[in-house]
Design a protein around this ligand. Structure first.
Ligand SMILES: [Zn+2]
Ligand SMILES: [Zn+2]
Length: 731
């Protein structure tokens, strides 16, 4: 190895919380190394990093070690993606090595050989097609379901694992074995399936699609602002079909795949053999395969969740972000990136159109449209003849609620039970009761490690802190006065399920929340029961507000709409408005008109008034004007330094030192150190410093100078701290 001072070295980004590259020696160093993974010695460890650059050594030549192994002959991350990841590291002030590790699927962060790109596919053989035609499998059996699914075209084994648990056993039954063919090679199987034709587009849809089509081949950002049921997906599918026909790739980001099985199914029907899913429910190896298939240009459409925004797209044609307002696109820890914002950054770098879709666009995107940075495409009508639901506000002040329900709501439910219809009761609180209190002395169960009450979960007989996940048994008696009169206060979904089942025996009550859908496939089973069209009452949290088609629902009840009106977070109003509109959108999609009932203690609240009289657009206009007048995002830019520690003194001394070493900048205001909204969580005290500026360059300039100083503070060793650029949560 050439260890002369002039010899170039590899500049390797390692997955460490250190904002620098590390010099390593290797033979025949040239630009072909950039983007390749290498395994290197680091102290007594062995790490895998990515070569970010080659150049002159910064370290003492004698101290430079040689790499242990080059893991890729060809760069794994290159071109636009590497450039974007560098941008990400700069914008979020996060070490490049950790950014690269975030972008790579798990198996690619290690030294094991790359998984085979060829996915396993299953398709029907000639005998299988005959078996399907003759109905050879027992109706309703898993085997029949498998035959039907494959009748639509070849399916990747990984997709079947998600959709039809246990299908492998069915496929191995002796009498059925010959019905199936296995294939390796991702897209080999696409040819034999016929695409399901889509519905004809209405005038607005056609205009929106034409606008996107005209932009293919260059960057343009679109905000597809369409009411629920207006057929946004048809615009995505139409544009993707054009991109595929041109031999290019499309990336589709959705908030949560488990919550949008219908969307995935629809994509697969319409674009058979072309859609690969990329999300956290996949096994690691499967994710790596999809990622590599995309990197080699073999995946036509990659449909994935937040981290899929880092998919390599050598033949990029289009990027779609569905439900762009959803907070799930923002990562809440480590590298706190916004996949929605990154989609726009990548679209620009790749020179492809980016389509952001929502029935309730984020105020950021609306402001971008207002400023001309996004072109707004409106779909104001529901596709088909479906009428929008009517909304009624139920004033619960001074009312005697029964099991948390107003008398008028109970009547409305009862009449629909009689007509054997479907109803949806929305309560954004899982568990049995949000509070367990003592009637005698007023004590209530509070988490010892957080500023929060325990939620009572009766089925599991536990008190559960939703902030730190701590659990403990339900006490027999009040720990403060010994009384046995402990009473659950308030109604969570578990309690609503129980009381509705008692009140309306003979109609199934289906609860959908994180507790009731933990088991794989449970959510789908519950939704299938709802989609069967049989009468039922659905009870659930915001999981129910996300993208599910429930056309038979004729009544949507929203309980405790107030919770969002009283929170201190300035985004609470926006979230509440989006939630109400999204939940309401579940009702009366087909020819049945839907009714929405909102239970509130503040019927005169201006937000509710605007939302109900003018809909989401009117609300958004008012809220944007308010944000502009009061100097809040999206009209100013925020960054938040959060810190936490078990020791309050250590915490204060770190943030004080941080504040003191902050460079002065006329364009940036610093606020704090101040306590976080939840001052204590999981036994740690929490404080923060908020930075505010109307100029992104000013804010970025300050952070660029400040972050290295912050990392060097000795007080930082006794606290956990992080930076959040463009925070979504105030906490
Ligand atoms: Zn007591
Ligand atoms: Zn807790």
């Amino acid at each position: 190895l050439d260890k002369s001072p002039a010899a170039p070295v590899l500049k390797v980004a390692l997955p460490l919380p250190l904002d620098r590259l590390f010099d390593y020696a290797a033979p025949e160093i040239g630009r072909g190394w950039i983007g390749c993974r290498v395994s290197v010695p680091f102290g007594h460890r062995r790490l895998v990093g990515v070569v970010a650059a080659v150049g002159a050594a910064d370290s003492e030549p004698t101290r430079i070690k040689a790499i242990l192994q080059r893991l890729d002959a060809q760069p794994l991350i290159s071109g636009e993606l590497l450039q974007t990841l560098r941008w990400v590291a700069g914008y979020y002030h996060h070490p490049l090595g950790e950014v690269l590790a975030t972008a790579l699927p798990g198996p690619l962060r290690g030294t094991r050989p790359l998984p085979q790109v060829g996915e396993t596919w299953l398709l029907l053989s000639a005998t299988g097609r005959r078996a399907l035609a003759e109905g050879a499998a027992r109706r309703g059996s898993r085997l029949a379901a498998l035959l039907a699914r494959l009748g639509e075209g070849a399916q990747p084994a990984a997709a079947l694992d998600m959709e039809l648990p246990g299908w492998r056993d069915s496929a191995r039954l002796p009498r059925a074995r010959a019905w199936f063919d296995w294939r390796e090679g991702a897209m080999a199987a696409s040819a034999d399936a016929a695409a399901v034709a889509g519905p004809a587009l209405n005038e607005e849809q056609a205009a929106a699609l034409a606008a996107v089509s005209a932009a293919i081949g260059s960057y343009r950002g679109f905000l597809l602002d369409g009411v629920t049921g207006s057929g946004k997906t048809e615009i995505y599918l139409g544009a993707i079909a054009q991109v595929l026909a041109g031999g290019r790739q499309a990336l589709v980001l959705v908030p949560e795949i488990a919550l949008t099985p219908q969307l995935l199914r629809r994509f697969r029907e319409r674009l058979p053999g072309r859609v690969m899913a990329l999300h956290s429910a996949l096994a690691d190896g499967e994710r790596a395969r999809v990622w590599l298939a995309a990197a080699r240009g073999e995946a036509g459409v990659v449909l994935g969740t937040r981290s899929a925004v880092f998919t390599p797209l050598p033949n990029a044609g289009l990027i779609v972000v569905d439900e762009e307002h959803d907070a799930a696109f923002k990562q809440a820890d480590a590298l706190r990136y916004s996949a929605r914002d990154l989609a726009l950054v990548r679209g620009r770098a790749l020179a492809v159109p980016v389509l952001l879709g929502s029935a309730t666009p984020s105020l950021e995107s609306l402001a971008n449209a207002e400023a001309g940075r996004l072109q707004r495409l409106l779909l104001p009508r529901r596709a088909g003849a479906a009428r929008p639901p009517s909304v009624r506000v139920l004033d619960t002040r001074g009312q005697r609620l029964q099991d948390g329900l107003a008398p008028e709501l109970i009547d409305a439910l009862a009449s629909r039970v009689e007509r054997r219809e479907q109803m949806l009761v929305f309560r954004n609180r899982r568990g049995f009761a949000p509070l367990l209190a003592c009637r005698a002395c007023g004590w209530h169960a509070e988490c010892e490690r957080c500023d929060a009450a325990y939620t009572l979960h009766r089925q599991s007989r536990r008190l559960h802190c939703h902030h730190c996940d701590r659990e403990r048994p339900v006490p027999e008696a009040c720990p403060s006065c010994g009384s046995h009169e402990l009473k659950p206060l308030g109604h969570g979904t578990e309690r609503l399920e129980e009381s509705l089942a008692q009140r309306f025996p003979g109609i199934p009550v289906i609860r959908i929340d994180r507790d009731s859908t933990r088991r794989r496939g449970a959510l789908d089973e519950k939704l299938d029961a709802a989609r069967s069209g049989d009468a039922c009452i659905l009870v659930g949290t915001q999981m129910l507000a996300k993208g599910h088609d429930l056309p038979e629902v004729t009544l949507v009840a929203v309980l405790n709409a107030d919770a969002g009106l009283m929170r201190a977070d300035y985004r609470a109003a926006e979230r509440l408005a989006q939630l109400v509109i999204q939940v309401a959108g579940r009702a009366g999609r087909a020819d049945k008109p839907g009714q929405v009932m909102l239970q509130t203690l503040q019927p005169d609240h201006p937000l509710l008034h605007t939302l109900l009289s003018g809909g989401y657009p009117a609300f958004a206009r008012e809220e944007l004007a308010l944000r502009r007048a009061t100097g809040l995002p999206p009209y100013v830019h925020h960054a938040l330094v959060r810190a936490e520690a078990p020791d309050m003194v250590a915490l204060r001394s770190f943030l004080q030192a941080a504040r003191e070493c902050a460079p002065a900048s006329a364009g940036v205001q610093l606020h704090g150190p101040m306590p976080a909204p939840s001052e204590r969580r999981a036994g740690r005290w929490r404080m923060q410093i908020l930075l505010e500026s109307s100029s992104r360059p000013d804010l970025q300039g300050l952070l660029g100078e400040w972050m290295p100083r912050l990392r060097a503070l000795p007080q930082g060793r006794r606290v956990r701290w992080s930076l959040d650029v463009d925070p979504l949560e105030a906490d």
